[in-house]
Design a protein around this ligand. Structure first.
Ligand code: ADP
Ligand code: MG
Length: 724
């Protein structure tokens, strides 16, 4: 089908009907998860309480309880016509993995019965030797096993009971995202608890919270299928910009197109049934770009839900004739997609730790956590950047037309003033709530509600937004666990150091207020002039300024990963019990390999498209122009009337030659890079190739502007971005 018909057909598509369930959202919310209500209904009392102790008290699951739980789950699953079961895990690839087993077994009488016991629930040994492990599973120990994470509820998808699990090697090393995340969450909540108890001895537990905002693009599936680059690499490797894209800001928060709205409705209903508290939906800045966000929740669960949701997005988009693009930069020249990770800590007594308190003591606690988070981000800024770095996110951070790859923290005017004030006043000055009825005017005041949230800075990778920090540099396709493991672990380490220092101050007989402030002051003085930056992060001046401040400004992704292996990172991860050195080395190996492979695939696709799609189209146009010129010459015996044709012919010849030469260079460089043994060196070589690909797209985009529109073989940006 030629491009014009394809475009016409895509444009004519109508919204498909939505699968609307009976009842209200509150009635079907969590319908497909084995949540607290189902536990109560399907488990006997003893099993129920034993399971609660595993979930809430972190007790290991014993076989008897597991059998009891499996029995109840099976009954519930069979009522939902479930026929299969799978352990659902998050290997170091993108997305999740599952291997389905049917529930049937021989009954010994010539027939079959459905079986599901505690062993099948608790543990599985998928032959998973093909997952990336960075060499952690040499063939003699090729086994990896999955074990149920009872803090994340079991759920049903289609005909399958899905059990969220960790994935570890036979020798106990983590092979997935969930295992280290859980360790980091334990580290941070354990480290925060004794500090909270200084302020309120009744606190029993601390939680880490995550609220992710997922950005994505939708592209018509017909147009998508005609773009080999989108299909294979998830982004357009070339494409001239559309005359109109986002410059009028008319897409952001605009009316949602009906086909897209139908997709969103289906997605929300499916998400709600799976217990994902999806709350917000809206158009994003770029055309055909959208966002959704749930109500925040406990970090491990929220991350599982994000993984699950990304799967749902892919399946449900197809039902509506779309393909969802989670790539960080599918289109050059318009905004890319991120996944803002809104992160905070809170107590089981309902106190948020990154929001102003109810009184001076509460405010002191807030400042304590606030400043310690900044200190952790400062100390590990290079590592945090490495935790969000990938071949795909590189196009959003540090690459052409992206902000410089530097992690800094945005505080906003109010909190910057509060911190500066704290440095000036004596340590025993109470931190008052401003303007609250009955409260006295203080020397240091925090507004109860942050009214000046309007001075939100969209360019900051790590921004304070009133009651949480927003880690915005995370990529839209990423598993949040990568960033969340590093952030929570880094904060845990800082809290351990802080607690030790405060204890020393307290031992000298100082009051809590004075001990805390005396400990915090040097930290405040350091962070305020180093990691805190409220200016425009997109400028070159900031790059120079950041370097002067000693922040990491490395822009090459394979190089960034090295931050995982510095002495300070190794020590931090060891102290918090999150990663061993062996695990970190293995993971870096995987990161370098993945980076190289992604660029390698892009290079292959781009060269082939240049040779098989672009050059033939340009030459076909060239041939028609030449024919025109030669006809003219035949009739008039000169070419004086062919100035336009001749000028275009010149352009085409020049661009085509440039495409051919650059494609050849890419191909040669790729073959050379492929032959490099060492994973890091190979990744470095592919980082250079990534830049060569950017150079190769230039003459191709120039040709798109010159060649007859009818002859152009690929859907253009104006079509991909505006049909929905
Ligand atoms: P915005 O686009 O203004 O940042 P959104 O509503 O799109 O706001 O997303 C904000 C996200 O932050 C939501 O997922 C929300 O639940 C979450 N969030 C709000 N408060 C907290 C908090 N204290 N800790 C973690 N996440 C939070
Ligand atoms: Mg946000």
């Amino acid at each position: 089908m030629d491009r014009f018909n394809l475009v016409r057909e895509s444009f004519m598509k109508k919204a498909r009907p939505v699968d609307t369930p009976e009842g209200r959202p509150s009635e079907y919310f969590g319908e497909l998860t084995f949540d607290r209500n189902k536990m109560q209904k399907y488990l006997d009392a003893k099993t129920f309480y034993a399971l609660l102790e595993c979930i809430e008290g972190g007790k290991p699951l014993d076989r008897k309880t597991a059998d009891g739980v499996a029995k109840g789950m099976k009954e519930w699953a069979l009522e939902h016509h479930v026929t299969h079961v799978t352990h659902w895990f998050q290997p170091l690839t993108e997305g999740t993995a599952e291997k389905h087993d049917s529930l049937i077994d021989y009954d010994g009488q010539g027939g079959v019965i459905e079986t599901f016991d505690g062993k099948a629930l608790a543990q599985q040994e998928p032959d998973a030797s093909s997952f990336p492990s960075g060499g952690l599973r040499a063939t003699f120990e090729a086994r990896g096993y999955t074990a149920w994470d009872p803090t994340s509820p079991v759920f049903i998808q289609d005909d399958t009971l899905c059990i969220p699990t960790v994935f570890i090697s036979y020798t106990g090393e983590a092979l997935d995202y969930k295992t280290p995340l859980k360790k980091a969450l334990k580290a941070v909540t354990d480290a925060a608890l004794p500090i909270c108890r200084l302020f309120d001895p009744s606190v029993g537990k601390v939680f880490s919270y995550l609220g992710w905002e997922q950005e994505y693009f939708l592209v018509d599936e017909g147009l998508f299928a005609a773009r080999t680059d989108l299909m294979i690499t998830g982004r357009t490797l070339f494409g001239h910009n559309s005359s109109k894209d986002q410059q009028l800001d008319d897409h952001y928060f605009g009316a949602i197109p009906s086909r897209v709205a139908a997709f969103m409705r289906d997605l929300e209903i499916a998400g709600h049934k799976l217990g994902i508290p999806i709350k917000t939906r809206h158009n994003e800045v770029a055309p055909n770009q959208f966002e959704l966000a749930p109500i925040y929740g406990e970090t491990n669960l929220a991350n599982d839900q994000n993984q699950l949701l990304m799967n749902l997005m892919h399946t449900l988009a197809r039902k509506h004739g779309f393909v969802v693009l989670l790539h960080e930069k599918p289109f050059e020249g318009v905004n890319g997609s991120g996944k803002h990770n809104n992160w905070s800590l809170g107590t089981d007594t309902g106190t948020p730790l990154l929001a102003p308190g109810k009184d001076a003591l509460g405010n002191l606690q807030f400042i304590t956590f606030f400043v310690n988070v900044l200190a952790a981000v400062q100390k590990h800024n290079a590592l945090l950047k490495a935790s969000i770095a990938s071949a795909t996110n590189a196009h959003r951070l540090g690459a052409n037309e992206a902000p410089p790859a530097i992690v800094s923290a945005f505080l906003g005017r109010t909190m910057t003033q509060v911190l500066r004030k704290l440095l000036e006043v004596p340590s025993d000055t109470p931190i008052e709530i401003a303007g609250k009825k009955g409260s006295r005017m203080g020397l240091v005041e925090i507004p109860e509600i942050f009214i000046d949230n309007t001075d939100r800075n969209r360019t900051s990778p790590f921004a304070f937004t009133g009651n949480r920090f927003e880690f915005r540099a995370v990529g839209s396709s990423a598993n949040c666990a990568g960033a969340m493991t590093t952030l929570n672990a880094a904060v845990a380490e800082q809290l351990l150091d802080f607690k030790a220092a405060v204890d020393q101050e307290l031992a000298t007989g100082k009051s809590l207020q004075v001990a805390v402030m005396d400990t915090l002051k040097p930290i405040i003085a350091s962070v305020i002039d180093t990691i805190c930056f409220d200016g425009n992060g997109y400028t070159d001046e900031w790059k120079a300024e950041a370097a002067r401040r000693g922040l990491d400004t490395e822009a090459c992704v394979p190089e960034m990963f090295k931050a995982f292996l510095t002495p300070s990172s190794l020590e931090m991860f060891a102290r918090t019990g999150v990663y061993s050195e062996k695990e970190l080395e293995a993971r870096n190996e995987v990161k370098w390999e993945t980076y190289a492979k992604k660029v390698q695939i892009e290079a292959r696709v781009m060269v082939r498209m240049a040779i098989n799609h672009i050059i033939p189209a340009a030459i076909a146009y060239k041939a028609s122009l030449l024919k025109e010129v030669s006809l003219y010459d035949e009739v008039y015996d000169d070419t004086d009337g062919c100035a336009t044709e001749l000028a275009i012919l010149d352009d085409i010849t020049r661009y085509v030659e440039e495409v051919r030469q650059r494609a050849r260079q890419v191909e040669d460089a790729r073959v050379e890079a492929d032959a490099i043994e060492d994973a890091y060196e190979r990744a470095r070589a592919f980082a250079d190739i990534a830049n060569m690909l950017f150079a190769l797209r230039k003459p191709i985009d120039a040709l798109e502007e010159v060649v007859d529109d009818k002859l152009w073989p690929l859907p253009k940006y104006r079509e991909l971005l505006f049909i929905s």
